[in-house]
Design a protein around this ligand. Structure first.
Ligand SMILES: [Zn+2]
Length: 344
């Protein structure tokens, strides 16, 4: 009996052990399950976060893409506008070119018919055929005492000339009378500005026009003659304004535009007597040579000379200049808006 109880006790103990290890095993399983669930929850949370942030990034990218598309549209529109403008400009240019060509053709025809007319006249009068060579004597910076001598020479040789005057001659009674005498003797008066002072006239268009108008008015009051011809002090290509205009304005272009628009005609020269090239007085001989040699290269010679008070040798050289140019077949004329205009 006691043996049985003992055996039963042993069996009972064995079962208890088994039960215990099962319980422990179960607890482990539960623990692992819980950990797995927690792990899955963590992973799920993390993934959700990731998806959300990439969604917002996607939204941002979409927004940017939209912006780029919009900008592209604007650029495209601008490009179309510029293209249209360019096309219009080139059309205008073509039109202008065609007009100019037409005008050129018309003028050439006119020249041709005038030539024929001239020829016919010459033939009927039995005159010597013209060489077609023309000399325009021009005198700048006067009138002065020298102008008297020059006018006497021109009268003696029956030669017309052009005087680009300043206001300097208006200051004295005897030179003041010369503006009228120039016109009376069949010469041309041209505007060379009142003051001839570069620092003032080339500082701005306004200064130039004021100075220019002042001379025009005073000469008109004196002679009743309007000066249409113009010569710029220093020539039409002078760069003096660069020195005197501090704002970088192309003063020269503005002046030329205004004068041309108002019907004035500015003239430069293609023969330089060189009587104002240096401070020392040029010799009479040097002036004659410069003019005659310079003119020999030009069919239409616009000759630059000066009749300022100091230029005595220019007046002395004039008779010989006229004699030699006549010998070479030049006809002398005064400048008018219809002359063959020389501009730089
Ligand atoms: Zn001058």
């Amino acid at each position: 009996m006691s043996q049985l109880i003992y055996t039963q006790g042993i069996r009972h103990k064995g079962e208890q052990k088994k039960l215990k290890s099962r319980i422990i095993g179960g607890m482990w399983l539960i623990g692992i399950l819980i950990l797995t669930i927690i792990g899955l929850l963590v992973v799920n949370y993390y993934l959700t976060e990731r998806v959300q942030s990439s969604e917002s990034k996607l939204d941002e990218a979409l927004e940017q893409y939209k912006e780029v598309i919009e900008n592209y549209d604007i650029i495209l529109q601008k490009y179309e506008e510029v293209k249209m403008e360019q096309e219009m400009n080139s059309q205008n240019f073509e039109q202008e070119k065609a007009n100019l060509l037409q005008e050129q053709e018309r003028l050439l025809k006119e020249i041709e018919s005038l030539k024929e007319e001239l020829q016919a006249k010459g033939d009927t009068k039995g005159q010597v055929k013209s060489t077609g060579k023309v000399a325009y004597l021009t005198f700048d910076d006067g009138p002065s005492e020298n102008t008297k001598k020059i006018l006497d020479t021109l009268k003696e040789h029956e030669v017309p000339a052009t005087f680009f005057v300043t206001g300097a001659g208006l200051q004295q009674e005897d030179t003041k009378a010369l503006y009228q005498r120039i016109l009376d003797e069949g010469h041309q008066l041209g505007n060379h500005t009142y003051s001839h002072q570069y620092s003032y006239i080339y500082a701005s268009k306004e200064n130039f026009i004021k100075d220019f108008n002042r001379l025009e008015k005073e000469v008109f009051d004196l002679t009743n003659g309007k000066m249409v011809m113009v010569r710029f002090p220093g020539g039409s290509n002078t760069q003096q304004y660069r020195k005197y205009n501090k704002n970088g304005v192309n003063v020269m272009a503005e002046i030329k535009g205004e004068l041309t628009q108002k019907g004035y005609v500015y003239v430069d020269w293609n023969v330089d007597s060189q009587d104002a090239r240096t401070k020392e007085l040029k010799s009479k001989k040097a002036i004659i040579e410069a003019v005659v040699q310079g003119a020999s290269k030009q069919k239409t010679a616009v000759i630059l000379m000066h009749d300022a008070p100091a230029k005595t040798t220019t007046a002395e050289a004039l008779p010989e200049i006229i004699r030699q140019l006549k010998e070479k077949g030049y006809e002398f004329k005064a400048l008018t808006p219809n002359s063959e205009i020389v501009q730089f």
